[in-house]
Design a protein around this ligand. Sequence first.
Ligand code: GDG
Length: 736
Amino acid sequence: MSRLIVVSNRLPFTLRAHESGFELTPSAGGLVTALGSYLAGKQREDPEFECIWVGWPGGPVPKEQEAAVKQRALEEYRAHPVFLTPEEVDNFYHGFSNKTLWPLFHYAPSYVEYDPKYWDSYVHVNTLFRDAVLEVFRPGDVIWVHDYQLLLLPGMLRDALPDASIGFFLHIPFPAHEIFRLMPGEWKRSILSGMLGADLIGFHTHDYTQYFLHCVFRVLGHDHHLGQIAMEERVRRADTFPIGIDFDRFMEAARSERVAKLAEEILLGIRGRKAIFSVDRLDYTKGLLNRLRGYEEFLVRYPEWRGQVVFLLTVVPSREEVPQYQRMKQELDERVGQINGQFGTMEWVPIVYSYRSLDFEMLSALYVLSPVALITPLRDGMNLVAKEYLASKPDGTGVLILSEMAGAARELGEALLINPNHFVEIADALHQALTMDPEEQVRRNRPMQERLRAYDSRRWAEHFLSSLARVKTQQGQLATRQLTPALQEDVVRSLVEAKKRLILLDYDGTLVPFASQPNLAAPDPELLTLLGRLSETPGSMVFLISGRDKGTLGEWFRTSKIGIIAEHGASIREDNGQWRLLKPLTTEWKGRLRPILRMYVDQVAGSLLEEKEFSLAWHYRRCEPELGAQRAKELIDEVTQFTANLDVQVLEGKKVVEIRNSGVNKGAAALSVVSELRPDRILAIGDDQTDEDLFRALPTDAITVRVGTPFSHARYSLNNHRDVRALLDLLARRLS
Ligand code: GDG
């Protein structure tokens, strides 16, 4: 990679206009810091490497100044600004981003405003970002889009740049489906499709990744395999990348004289009392009021600490335009006043409260001098403050009290984890922290520090970008070649030259088109003749390999000499016409699952239950499509939970949900046939996901053909069953 385009709502600087012009001052958010150390390292390794940042400069720019701002942004920051009008800022940023997505994704549905005006603006501003990216994009660039303000952008970029490398990272939680579904249908679908425009979609925790995958499944109907989303035209991945911090920077600062001096001054100011510390943006998700309630309870329950501790509460102004934030600020001021009024004395103020932002050294000094950090968000994507606190403790002492609702709690299990809704827990944790002996503090902190040092912000960015590169390679490997007439000649020639050739053919969608009911897809005379001609040529072994039951296939091909592997590989028909199992199977699970499937048949008009010897299948081809797809997701969800302890697997085929014994698949079945017959050439053709097992399992020199899509583990692709028949006909002619 020689160029990286980072796209985020805000640029790494803030623009301030004044009478004589404007100023660009660097801003140091979590993302800027995280990427900063990665970029510096990358540039050292590869002087050619370049990063361009696309985003909003954070303030209104008069039209006549745009060109000058653009010029300076490029020169000073390698940045490409997206200019927004005050109205766009209102509707897109304060509106949809912060009044709709932010509260919803942080599980505060009662704060959510569903305003179509906001949505329209969100769509529009995402197109402005798209245009800005397209202005700077050059083939070969990697695009990395960040956060909830730009959920539609990856999809918009994909439409314009079908082959580009596009990554997306969400810095806030992704909510469970129960919450996500509160949004109107069009918004939900557009947001998920927008995110799926990326090749790699990253989240902070495994839960967020799973919730996203679940929503994709429930809302759009795309299933996934280990985070790889099975969409026909392109593979993309959702995965977990917990953001790190610049560990060394905090550790170094903590060791610096300047910070030590500042810390000493602050300690003098609080007369050497033990400091409990927190810093957050003003936000209802950060649990500030709960924290105060917990601190108050602590002073009530443990009066011996009165006068001995000081709560250094720093709140950084944020989103002051949003009414909830204004109300919260007021409530916060009142609560601090009440607690100080109730417990304070002439000598002692329980809470030292500041409402402003700190410079880095001040922040570092507070981390250094505070024996306890109290971090209690109600929801938080990650929470970097918790990590930074630990990175600022060279001797390993200090106690982190952390809400289990923060993404960071997943990595920081040795901290004192509390539930932020339970103020008694907060109070007890404060007491425990203040009385914890230093050895225990070090014992808890060292492993966390090691983790933070090893997976720092640089590693995080490297991990994400190398995973993105891997997805691109994988896409390249999965893109099959269309079996053109010239290639067909080559393929047929190599089959003709072989002494023993094995031909494995899926049935529905591969040899015949799909029928509205499974039993209406009987083979036509032309097909029977074609397969007959093929199987009669010396050295040819033809097998149908299908998900259908052995009864139907056996009946349809009663007189035919071809081999049959039925029910995705459960049973095989031998030369003598007898069926045998390919591996021992049980069916007692059917009794437990049949009633669930029956319930779905009753509830969804037009659906039907097909019972095969070793599987149960719920078909919804004839149902109202939306309802059928919706119920199929629910059924899979329900059955998957139910089957956790059963030796069965749940599979979604084309308009069918099938449950069968695990370990039974076309790949395993084909391999057992291959090892028995030892062919020197194999041709395998199939059209759906279950055939991918077959393509993956066969030796690499097998001629594998996927019907209907070029994205497959097969080597070649054909368009439809007519093309398949034409290929088989050509082969039969050359063999005769
Ligand atoms: C979002 C997600 C996720 C704060 N006040 C000052 C200051 N900070 C720095 C901290 C820290 C960062 O800002 C805050 O990061 P958080 O993670 O706590 O929270 P959000 O801003 O809400 O960020 C969050 C994050 O994205 C990263 O993915 O962790 O969950 O909500 O680095 O040190 N820095 C200075 N003065 C301050 O007053 N210098």
